[in-house]
Design a protein around this ligand. Structure first.
Ligand SMILES: Cc1ncc(COP(=O)(O)O)c(C=O)c1O
Length: 307
């Protein structure tokens, strides 16, 4: 499979040419903000649809605002950049992309100059019927007034990296992070949902989590409108994890990834639960455009589009 070219500052370039200076704040302090997004191949439409681009651009700009830097591109430019990276690579498959704005100035307080790249990547998924063995991490989710997780910058992911390395060393697939209050926050790069007593529950946006676009998609539309189930947004205690009937992580990258056990307590019968299965089907049909509702969420690549 050939390497995909990267869109960098207005041009498609081979991966070997997409480089940053070693003394830049981007390399040394990880002074960047990014989005992880997906585009889906729909064979019947002969089209690749990017999912919820306006929401990703809005969060991208919120992260930049918190970091006090800007990019010389409008949302319209970003739309065209995403479509160019897909069409320029002749993408006709499901693709994950990182859109990253970075600072090439030096020093801790550098906010300029900024550059931007979009890196299209093939990202593996868990196989159907499979799921994760999770643990509760002894590393704590960083707090909003320390390193805010609402801000999607590369440096923040060192918290999740420490937790992941520990989880893997201990024989688990993925950690779940508690916040400073001891309540469940999220996974390292995904939002946490559980099913308890027939209800879907997820932590609030004030629980030291990223304001996830997938979470909003599930809470505002897919669960109530397509499955007829509301989502309860509330704090979750650690011990609730052990007695949950089902749980999953969700996100643009993770999509809906089932959790089969937590700290070796099997959830339900230890297999992917029925609500998680129904949600996965409904979510995948929407993002791919097999279910044609919510057309405003899918930006085509090859057909002209009115923004
Ligand atoms: C820390 C973190 N939480 C949650 C998510 C899920 O967010 P989204 O659904 O917007 O991809 C992500 C993925 O970007 C993430 O990195």
């Amino acid at each position: 499979m050939k390497d995909l070219n990267i869109w960098m500052n207005g041009k498609l370039v081979p991966q070997s040419e997409a480089v940053l200076p070693v003394n830049s704040a981007a390399v040394f302090y990880a002074t960047n903000v990014f989005e992880g997004l997906r585009a889906y191949w729909n064979a019947a439409d002969d089209e690749v649809y990017s999912f919820r681009l306006p929401e990703h651009f809005a969060r991208f700009r919120e992260s930049m605002k918190m970091m006090r830097f800007t990019i010389p591109y409008s949302d319209l430019d970003l739309y065209e950049a995403v479509r160019t990276v897909l069409s320029g690579n002749e993408v006709k498959e499901d693709i994950h992309m990182h859109m990253c704005a970075y600072v090439t100035g030096t020093g801790l307080d550098a906010t300029t100059p900024t550059g931007i790249y979009i890196n299209p990547r093939r990202r593996p998924r868990v196989a159907e019927g499979a799921g994760l063995k999770c643990c509760v991490s002894s590393w704590q989710r960083t707090a909003d007034n320390a390193i805010p997780i609402r801000l999607k910058c590369g440096a923040n992911y060192q918290n999740g990296r420490l937790a992941t390395l520990q989880a893997k060393a201990d024989g688990y697939d993925q950690p779940l992070l508690l916040n400073r209050e001891g309540h469940v926050a999220e996974g390292t790069g995904a939002t946490f949902f559980m099913v308890r007593k027939g209800r879907l529950v997820t932590p609030p946006v004030t629980a030291d989590i990223l304001e996830s676009i997938t979470r909003t998609t599930l809470m505002d539309a897919i669960c109530p409108e397509l499955l007829g189930m509301g989502v309860v947004e509330r704090e979750i205690d650690r011990t609730e994890l052990y007695v949950a009937d089902e749980a999953f992580l969700c996100g643009s990258g993770y999509e809906i990834t089932p959790i089969l056990s937590i700290d070796k307590f099997p959830l339900g019968d230890g297999k992917v639960g029925p609500i998680t299965q129904r949600l996965t089907r409904a979510y995948m049909d929407i993002v791919r455009g097999v279910d044609t509702r919510f057309p405003e969420w899918r930006t085509p690549t090859y057909r002209p589009v009115r923004v």
